[in-house]
Design a protein around this ligand. Structure first.
Ligand code: IPE
Ligand code: IPE
Ligand code: MG
Length: 245
């Protein structure tokens, strides 16, 4: 571990990851269908991306749909997929204009084919952009990601292409969907729930966690700013003794 990581934490986070929770409750509280909560949630995504650009956060990861969310009703899953489709169609030009690089992590095999194509196009089109790396986790599960990586490494060992001795933290991380993306410094979850729900399990080993009661559709730039300010007050130790800092 390099010494830079042991300094008291006044720096801004390089990577903020957000579990966007509470769309359903937001809609319920207004007597509206859950879909409208998701639609409002997409507006919060726009504000959040604009906020990240303004605050010059280099990496943002948004948890949009978990591996376990496939268990929801067909109707809700379809609504979420059409929202994602429309979101990709309507935002990509704007992303590109603003220098945003889009990447999607998760199991694409379960996604509708046209969405897979939209994602591939968007990733390709924005690949050289540098203002902000926006990662969207769709059909994503941390355990599934870790298991798939272990399986690929095991296959490489079985094929005689990899020595088990060469499997370490770095080579394992290089096999994850987030290869090349720094670990999140800060993980925010909205809606008052205090759990990770299978999000970035490997990558969040030393992330600072920040829980906010607001429901995702109400989240705005000031909430992002408040989370970053709180992060800057925290002291990260990575297992070292406090007095050594
Ligand atoms: C988050 O909101 C969006 C997704 C998980 C797709 P929810 O849909 O989980 O909303 P609540 O938790 O039921 O309020
Ligand atoms: C986590 O929220 C997944 C996303 C925000 C996309 P859930 O609403 O699915 O999580 P649980 O079921 O409350 O743990
Ligand atoms: Mg939820």
């Amino acid at each position: 571990m390099d010494d830079a990581r042991l300094t008291p934490n006044q720096a801004s986070p390089r990577h903020v990851a957000i579990i966007m929770d509470g769309n359903g409750r937001w809609a319920n509280a207004r007597g509206l269908p859950r879909t409208l909560g998701h639609r409002q949630g997409a507006e919060a995504v726009r504000r959040c991306v604009a906020g990240a650009l303004e605050l010059q956060i280099p990496f943002i990861t948004l948890f949009g749909f978990s591996s376990e969310n496939w268990r929801r009703s067909t109707r809700e899953v379809e609504d979420l997929m059409s929202l994602l489709r429309r979101y990709l169609q309507s935002e990509i030009a704007e992303f590109h204009k603003n220098g945003i690089r889009l990447r999607v992590i998760g199991d694409r095999e379960r996604l509708p084919q046209d969405i897979v194509r939209l994602i591939a196009d968007a990733e390709q089109r924005t690949a050289e952009n540098q203002a902000l790396d926006l990662v969207i986790a769709i059909s994503y599960g941390g355990r599934q990601e870790i298991a798939a990586t272990a399986r690929r490494l095991a296959e490489a060992v079985a094929a005689g292409e990899l020595d088990p001795e060469d499997i370490d933290e770095d080579s394992f991380a290089a096999g994850l969907l987030t290869a090349g993306i720094p670990d999140p410094d800060l993980v925010i979850r909205t809606s008052g729930e205090q759990r990770l729900s299978n999000f970035l399990l490997w990558q969040s080993a030393y992330s600072e966690l920040f829980f906010v009661d607001k429901l995702w559709p109400d989240f705005d730039k000031s909430d992002l700013e408040a989370a970053v300010a709180e992060f800057r007050r925290r002291e990260r130790r990575y297992g070292a003794a406090a007095e050594s800092l």
